[in-house]
Design a protein around this ligand. Structure first.
Ligand code: FES
Length: 95
């Protein structure tokens, strides 16, 4: 879901969430791209429960995702700018 009227957007880009290509725009966060695509699960907690976007301002850490780039760094999706080709993993519990 995105506002479409009277909105200027950056260049189109594609990120990959659990290997699935998802379209977004430069200037959006990873959380915005995922939410606009209907992706609500951002991670799995220690009890196996899905967690997702909550504060959308970097405070709660509910939106943590892992960079799927071999380093596996956990980052807050609501603060991470979407970049062309960025790979995100959501299916593993964060330790
Ligand atoms: S949603 Fe709270 S830190 Fe990202």
């Amino acid at each position: 879901m995105r506002i479409t009227d009277q909105v200027a957007r950056g260049a189109a880009l594609t990120i990959f969430v659990d290997g699935e290509p998802i379209g977004g725009f430069a200037g959006e966060t990873v959380a915005a791209v995922m939410t606009a695509a209907g992706r609500r699960r951002f991670r799995i907690d220690a009890h196996g429960c899905a967690r997702g976007l909550y504060c959308n301002m970097g405070t709660c850490c509910e939106c943590m995702v892992r960079l799927d780039d071999g380093r596996g760094i956990a980052v807050r999706a609501c603060l991470l700018p979407a970049e062309e080709g960025l790979r995100i993993a959501t299916g593993q519990p964060l330790s």
